[in-house]
Design a protein around this ligand. Structure first.
Ligand code: GLY
Length: 429
C-alpha cells in the first residue's frame, strides 16, 4: 500500500512511524513531512519521501497523491482539513482518511460543534456566542469564574483561555472580536480531562484507547495554555466503561447527526472530555488525531494501522476485527523551544537524539525541526520534539521518557517534569 501523509508535526511523525511498521505499507510519502519522517523507511526498506508541498493546498496535495499513485491519503492537522484538502483528494477517487471541510467544522467552529451536540443530545457545557464586548461581559457574569473564553475558529492551540481573572477573560475575548472573530463563552467544567479518539467511517465508530494530555506550559498546571506538553496512556484511574459510555452518548450520536445533515464524518473524531461530578461532558471536538496524545496512543496500538485507516476511508469499519493493544504504558514528553508558547526561538542546534533513542523503547518524534544546508538539525517551532517511551508501568515509561529527554541538547529548551507523575504514583500505591 502506498500512503501519503499530510502535515509536518510530531503527530504526523507518530502516524507515519506506525504506518512504517505495518508490513502492508510499501511506500510512505509526506507533504511536507519533517526531518524525522524523512528518516523512516518501510518494513521492506523503502525510505520515506518528503515532498515540498503545502499541506493546505488541496489541488497540490491531490496532484501529488495521483503522481505517487497513493492508495490512501492521511490528513493530519486541522488547517488542511478545514481548508478542504480531504475533499480535493476525494474528488480524484483516492481514498482519504480525514473529514470533508464541512464535517471538519466540528473543529473549525465551536458554535457549529455546539449546535451539532445540541441536536444530537450530547452532554456539554452551555455555550453563549458573543459578537460584542457587551455580550461577552454578560456571558462572563452569567457563568461566573473560572471563565472559559474560546475563539470560535481555529487558533492553533491559542484560542482558549481559562482564568479566574475577569480582566484577562475580557481582554482575550475583545482581541478575538476586534480581529473580526466570534467568541464562545462557557460554563467551566470541573473534573479531570480525557482525550478519546474515535475512528469513524461516516457511520461506524471504533474507539482507540483514552489518553490524557497536559495543556499548561509548566509543572503543576501553571503557566499559559499550550498545544500540549506531554501525554500518557492508559488511564488507570478512569472509570470502568468510560469508553463504551463515550461512544454511546457522544461519538455515535454525533456521527449519526453529521450523517443526517448530509456531511458524514470520516476520520478521527477527537472527543475532549471532562469527567465532572455530573457525568461525562464534552469540552471540545477536534476533527483529527490529537497532539501529543497520538504519540502515546499509537505507540500502544498492536493492530497494523494502515488497514484500519483504509477501512475508515472506504466505509468498512463495521467489518474490521477488534483492535489489539500492547499491555505497556506509554508516556511522551514535549521538549519545547526557548520562549514557547509566547515567542518560541528558532534556529537552535539540536543534538542527542541518537543517544536518547539508545534508552530502551525511547523514540523521538519531530515537530518543530529543520535541517540546515549542512544537514544539521535545528529547532524551527515551539514544540520541537516529543520524546516517547513504553514501559511495563507508567512509572517505567516515564522514567525512560525522561532519561531520553535528559540526553537531548537544545539551548534554552524547557519541558514539564511532571507528565504522568500523579497517575503513575497512584497506580504504584
Ligand atoms: N492535545 C490537544 C490537541 O491536540 O488539540
Amino acid at each position: 500500500m502506498i500512503i501519503l501523509i499530510v502535515g509536518s508535526g510530531a503527530r504526523e511523525h507518530a502516524i507515519a512511524r506506525a504506518l512504517s511498521l505495518d508490513p502492508a505499507v510499501t511506500q510512505l510519502h509526506a507533504a511536507p513531512g519533517n526531518p524525522g519522517i524523512g528518516t523512516l523507511s518501510t518494513v521492506g526498506g523503502s525510505p520515506a519521501t518528503l515532498h515540498g508541498v503545502d499541506a493546505t493546498d488541496g489541488v497540490a496535495v491531490a496532484a501529488l497523491a495521483g503522481a505517487v499513485k497513493a492508495d490512501l491519503v492521511v490528513v493530519g492537522p486541522e488547517a488542511p482539513l478545514v481548508a478542504g484538502v480531504a475533499d480535493a483528494v476525494r474528488g480524484t477517487g483516492i481514498p482519504v482518511f480525514g473529514p470533508s471541510g464541512k464535517a471538519a467544522m466540528l473543529e473549525g467552529s465551536k458554535a457549529f460543534a455546539k449546535d451539532v451536540m445540541a441536536a444530537a443530545g450530547v452532554p456539554t457545557a452551555e455555550p453563549r456566542v458573543c459578537r460584542s464586548e457587551a455580550e461577552l461581559e454578560d456571558a462572563l457574569d452569567a457563568f461566573g469564574a473560572p471563565h472559559v473564553v474560546k475563539d470560535d475558529g481555529l487558533a492553533a492551540g491559542k484560542g482558549v483561555v481559562v482564568t479566574d481573572d475577569r480582566a484577562e477573560a475580557i481582554a482575550h475575548g475583545v482581541a478575538i472580536i476586534d480581529a473580526g472573530g466570534v467568541v464562545v463563552v462557557e460554563d467551566f467544567l470541573d473534573g479531570p480531562e480525557v482525550s478519546l479518539f474515535c475512528l469513524c467511517d461516516g457511520e461506524t465508530v471504533v474507539p482507540l484507547q483514552p489518553a490524557q494530555d497536559f495543556k499548561r506550559a509548566y509543572d503543576a498546571d501553571a503557566g499559559p495554555n499550550t498545544g500540549g506538553m506531554g501525554a500518557y496512556t492508559p488511564l488507570p484511574w478512569a472509570p470502568d466503561g468510560l469508553v463504551d459510555e463515550v461512544v454511546r452518548t457522544v461519538a455515535q450520536p454525533t456521527v449519526d447527526e453529521m450523517a443526517r445533515r448530509g456531511t458524514p464524518f470520516v476520520g478521527v473524531l477527537y472527543c475532549g472530555l471532562a469527567l465532572t461530578s455530573k457525568g461525562v461532558r464534552v469540552v471540545e471536538f477536534n476533527a483529527r488525531f490529537g497532539d501529543p496524545e497520538t504519540q502515546v496512543v499509537l505507540a500502544r496500538l498492536a493492530t497494523p494501522l494502515a488497514g484500519v485507516l483504509l477501512a475508515a476511508a472506504e466505509g468498512r469499519l463495521g467489518g474490521i476485527d477488534a483492535l489489539e493493544w500492547r499491555d505497556d504504558a506509554a508516556v511522551t514528553v514535549v521538549v519545547a523551544a526557548d520562549g514557547y508558547p509566547a515567542s518560541p526561538r528558532k534556529g537552535d542546534p539540536i543534538t542527542g537524539i541518537d543517544a536518547a533513542e539508545e534508552v530502551d523503547t525511547v523514540h523521538v518524534l519531530h515537530a518543530g525541526t529543520t535541517l540546515d544546508h549542512r544537514g544539521d538539525l535545528l529547532s524551527n517551532g515551539g514544540r520541537v520534539l516529543s520524546v516517547t517511551a513504553l514501559g511495563a508501568t507508567l512509572t517505567e515509561a516515564r522514567e525512560r521518557a525522561y532519561q531520553g529527554v535528559d540526553r537531548i541538547v537544545l539551548p534554552g529548551s524547557h519541558h514539564r517534569t511532571d507528565i504522568a507523575a500523579k497517575a503513575a504514583a497512584e497506580a504504584d500505591a
